[in-house]
Design a protein around this ligand. Structure first.
Ligand code: ZN
Length: 269
């Protein structure tokens, strides 16, 4: 078993200097198994911080952040600084920018799956822009967000209920449509996550999922920025993505593509 000190040395060696302060505040363990139960092996010298599942081919981070480290990481200051390190737009900039490039596409897909009026839950709703636009379109909207202050901000700004956490309270209602956008890759427990999504779907409920899905080493090199060893814990391929949802009795069907990554509808089978 590698000592935590040497894990951090390896992480620092293979990531940018800018990530060093984040790595130093986090605890890690060595990943040994895939979410599917398969063993993990070295993948490519291009990706020293990721392993490949011998069974489903899904990529896993080589060193998994501890749950407490992740909770701290997604609190506002850490996440905000981290996004800036990666030259991502700020929450405020994204609120405007999202409307230009992604929101109209997501709304079209959602309308196609479940036209309004019906209830929508967005997991990891971030700045809340999608929910705000869906509310304008006649949907009954709820969000969840790991960052407590952002959750409160979105509720203030939009009047939409945003729960703090990774899922709404268990006793809550089920939803006709659940949007999971840029979230699945962050979830430490992949099976727990999809089971949770399933348990919140209404009888004829569907989910819309968008996340990195990469099938070849060449594609992975092209979209190298998706391999983000502190927050993107899993990178699926088409096969492992479908297998994950099938494992809990749901089917995944590709319905489109955005930013070179597939968009899936998740259906009860
Ligand atoms: Zn696997």
């Amino acid at each position: 078993m590698q000592q935590d000190g040497s894990i951090k040395e390896i992480l620092i060696e293979h990531t940018t200097e800018a990530l060093k302060p984040f790595i130093e505040t986090m605890d890690f363990t060595v990943s040994t198994h895939c979410w599917c139960g398969g063993t993990l092996e070295r993948w490519s010298s291009e990706f020293e911080l990721y392993l490949q599942c011998t069974s489903c081919g899904c990529k896993s981070v080589r060193f998994r952040p501890a749950v407490e480290s992740l909770t701290r990481f997604y609190s506002s200051s850490y996440w905000y600084e981290y996004q800036q390190v990666h030259k991502c737009p700020t929450i405020e900039e994204r609120y405007e920018g999202d409307m230009l490039d992604r929101i109209p596409h997501y709304i079209n897909w959602i309308r196609g799956l479940r036209p309004p009026p019906c209830s929508v839950l967005e997991i990891g709703c971030g700045n809340g822009r999608l929910l705000f636009e869906l509310k304008q379109a006649g949907y009954q909207c709820t969000g969840v967000e790991m960052d407590e202050s952002l959750a409160a901000l979105v509720t203030d700004k939009t009047g939409i209920q945003v729960h703090h956490g990774s899922f709404p309270p268990e006793a809550g209602p089920n939803y006709d449509l659940i949007a999971v956008i840029d979230v699945l890759e962050h979830a430490p427990g992949q099976i727990d996550f999809v089971q949770n999504v399933k348990s919140r779907l209404s009888t004829s409920g569907k989910a819309l999922v968008h996340c990195p899905v990469l099938d070849t080493l060449e594609a992975s090199i092209q979209f190298r920025h998706m391999y983000n060893p502190l927050s993107h814990l899993w990178i699926h391929n088409s096969g492992s993505f479908v297998k994950l949802w099938q494992g809990v009795g749901l089917s995944a069907v590709k319905i489109g593509e955005l930013f070179n990554m597939p968009v899936y509808a998740i259906n009860k089978t």
